[in-house]
Design a protein around this ligand. Sequence first.
Ligand SMILES: Nc1ncnc2c1ncn2[C@@H]1O[C@H](COP(=O)(O)OP(=O)(O)O)[C@@H](O)[C@H]1O
Ligand SMILES: [Mg+2]
Length: 351
Amino acid sequence: MIVIDETGRILAFSRAAEQLFGYTTDEMVGKDVRCLMSGNDRTNHQNYVNKYLDTGKSHIIGVGRVVTARRADGSVFPIDLKIGEARVGDHYLFTAFVRDLSEQRRNELRMQEMQAELVHFSRMSAVGTMASALAHELNQPLTAVANYLEAARDLLDSDNEATREILREALDEAARQAVRAGEIVRKLRGYVSRGEIDARSVALAPLIADAVALSRVSGDVADIPIEQVVDPDVGCVLADPIQVQQVIINLLRNAADALKGRDGPMMSITATRNSEGFAVVSVCDNGPGLTEDIRRTLFKPFMTSKSQGMGLGLSICQTIVEAHGGKIEAAPQNDGNSCFRFTLRLDPASR
Ligand SMILES: Nc1ncnc2c1ncn2[C@@H]1O[C@H](COP(=O)(O)OP(=O)(O)O)[C@@H](O)[C@H]1O
Ligand SMILES: [Mg+2]
């Protein structure tokens, strides 16, 4: 609290004011209050006061304003200033109530900075996740293209008509996989930007057979027997077939990774209907199974136990399955096998 007269002379300077401004009361009493001000206020203060005394119109008395003040060391800081007036005989006294806003301002500023950082960070991480997800999903069709083309090159010199037929098939297949890669980019981009899927009624059994065939094209899955147990009555699901195939391929690749170097490796894929209107697809292997630690972070992006792994496969599977209104989980452990199962909504019209 600071009391001044109508000429701006300081009459009282409170203890709190001493602390705030860094002057002592003795130093300040009798001084011009403008030494506590900065900028325009400092220049115009006496004009404001004179105008008020002449016209009775004030912009600050009883209202309060945020202005800048100046400390003894010359530093400036924001204050909330309220002024009250008192009339003593012919004279006016003005009492200034000053509240330091620098802490509050600092907090506001920090909040703004943090918000800006957060927005930036989330944009960056969305871009990063998107890029990694693309790399992960494109790996499979591109490997397939490379394998088909390599096979084709080996067959190129043959004059045998049957061999040329195989050559043509390999090239067709390579072209199909390249188109598929493009499709994956398009879908993933559409999906990331709008969170939309392009679901329609598709027969589940052939979709699974295709996914198994596709997964065979990449080296590591090729040699492991895959038992397919698909309920012939399983019917149609509401799904985007390319995305569901990606889920199955990712699960088969994980199973194949888990089976690397093990004796008697086996994988299986089964599909049945449940009573709640969903198809249930399970992908199992007789590998080492999942430890409790791995289970906990299974579907988190970038969590991998493999030196070459990206830890994105299951997170992508989960995103796709949940976007379809289904669920994906690792079934409870039994004797070292792993089983992942996911659900897809059945097309009610398909029965
Ligand atoms: N069938 C499985 N058997 C054992 N562990 C598995 C299996 N599937 C997934 N996992 C574990 O889950 C982790 C995450 O899988 P995923 O998200 O596909 O990433 P990545 O395959 O790149 O490691 C794997 O690193 C592995 O530890
Ligand atoms: Mg994987």
